[in-house]
Design a protein. Structure first.
Length: 426
């Protein structure tokens, strides 16, 4: 079965890297400008004019050019009501394409022009997200951003805010903004404060600058996740470190092409990263400015990299695994998502009267997953050995069962050897 857009929209998803101020609806910007009596830069009068004014979905000169769109969106995001509405509508748009968990990032530094205080900004966004949860069941958290092209002191204020709102809707800290000429090491104080208070940290790196930036983010910043990591492939040693320590990458395909972090979809490193075993998540970055959705990003990945159902399931699991949810919550949420994913596959198989999986090895893998789901609790199913079965291990189910029966706590490599021995014995 061809993986259709309808199928992609039906499966559960995450979005761990989405900017609030880059993800408004066109209609909302125009309405807010009207209500607030704000003249938008370029004075656009229609959604088409506005779309052109912000380079919506268009290839930009570079990241700095791309960031100009935010002058427009930020001009209407200076009141509590506007922040509440932007957060709620973002949650609504995500929930309607079956995003189950979302981490929304923004910098309160950019919302104070009309006198809002930092705590009021965080509370307004939090209230919008809570309303999305009430209406749609969408789980979410906020990530507070420091800004590279502002002073390190400003980012330190954001780190303090982040710590103050830990367990009050804020789940992490990020460093965003113009990456080139603004190295992460300059913001060490902010990173230290955040980590010293056991708050999660992600840093935009390897998007508009080389792997040195990722190196700094990890070793000077202490990042638990990397935003983009597009240029990680230029440093094999660092790539192995990221892989070995399972640091997740927040991949934003379309945004990377739009900002010229990557020349084209064809040349994007995602398929290499996936085949190498890196923990990759699929994200929108900016729903409005990049003119995308999570479904659109997944559809492009399927189109350009020939992903199969097993690959999509792996990406979904890695999305939940990489979230800043507490571990025990993450386990149950991931288990539910896996069960839902498999139910969607079964539904599509039945509806079409054909096998949803044309690759027999994928079918075997899915058969194994389903068998495991039936015979064990859903929890054990989702949280078995790291990355079990993905990328597809190309083993037949009974072989894996035999391997598991003889090897209870062995490494993945040991387990493979054991499987081979069993195969040979047969
Ligand atoms: Zn971003």
């Amino acid at each position: 079965m061809k993986i259709t857009r309808e199928f992609i929209e039906a499966i559960p998803k995450t979005d761990l890297h989405v900017h609030l101020d880059g993800s408004l609806r066109l209609s909302t910007i125009l309405e807010l400008a009207d209500q607030q009596d704000v003249e938008l830069p370029g004075n656009p009068q229609s959604e088409d004019e506005l779309a052109r004014a912000i380079n919506m979905g268009a290839i930009c000169e570079d990241l700095t050019d791309y960031l100009k769109a935010f002058d427009v969106t930020l001009s209407v995001l200076q009141t509590e009501e506007a922040l509440y509405r932007a957060a709620f509508e973002l949650g609504e748009d995500a929930a309607l394409e079956n995003v189950k968990y979302m981490e929304v990032r923004y910098s309160p530094l950019l919302h104070t022009r009309e006198g809002l205080s930092y705590p009021v900004i965080v509370e307004a966004v939090g209230e919008g997200l809570r309303e999305a949860k009430r209406q749609y069941g969408l789980m979410s958290g906020q990530i507070i951003c420091g800004i590279r092209h502002m002073t390190p002191e400003a980012s330190l204020r954001m780190a303090e805010l982040c710590v103050a709102f830990k367990h009050k809707g804020v789940v992490g800290f990020d460093l965003a903004g113009a990456e080139a000429n603004n190295p992460a090491k300059d913001y060490r104080e902010a990173f230290y404060l955040v980590r010293n208070n056991n708050v999660n940290l992600t840093i935009h790196a390897g998007e508009a600058y080389g792997p040195e930036s990722i190196h700094q983010a990890i070793h000077m910043g202490g990042a638990h996740r990397i935003g983009h990591g597009t240029r990680l492939r230029e440093d094999g040693d660092l790539l192995n470190y990221v892989n070995d320590t399972r640091i997740p990458l927040e991949v934003c395909l379309t945004s990377n092409v739009q900002t010229r972090a990557c020349k084209s979809f064809e040349s994007h490193p995602l398929p290499f990263y996936m085949s190498y075993g890196l923990r990759c998540t699929i994200n929108t970055d900016n729903r409005l400015v990049t003119d995308t959705t999570v479904s659109e990003e997944l559809a492009r990945a399927v189109q350009y990299y020939d992903l199969n159902i097993g690959d999509l399931r792996k990406l979904m699991i890695d999305g939940f695994k990489s979230s800043f949810l507490p571990y025990r919550k993450k386990r149950s949420v991931t288990a539910r998502a896996c069960a839902e994913f498999d139910a969607v596959v079964r539904e599509f198989e039945e509806r079409r009267g054909e096998s949803a999986v044309t690759d027999p090895q994928v079918a075997q893998e899915l058969a194994f997953q389903k068998a495991t789901a039936d015979s064990r609790t859903p929890l054990a199913y989702a949280v078995g050995p790291e990355d079990r079965g993905y990328p597809l291990l190309r083993r037949r189910p009974y072989e894996r069962d035999a391997a598991e029966a003889t090897e209870s706590s062995v490494t993945e490599e040991d387990s493979s050897e054991s499987t081979e021995q069993v195969s040979q014995a047969e």
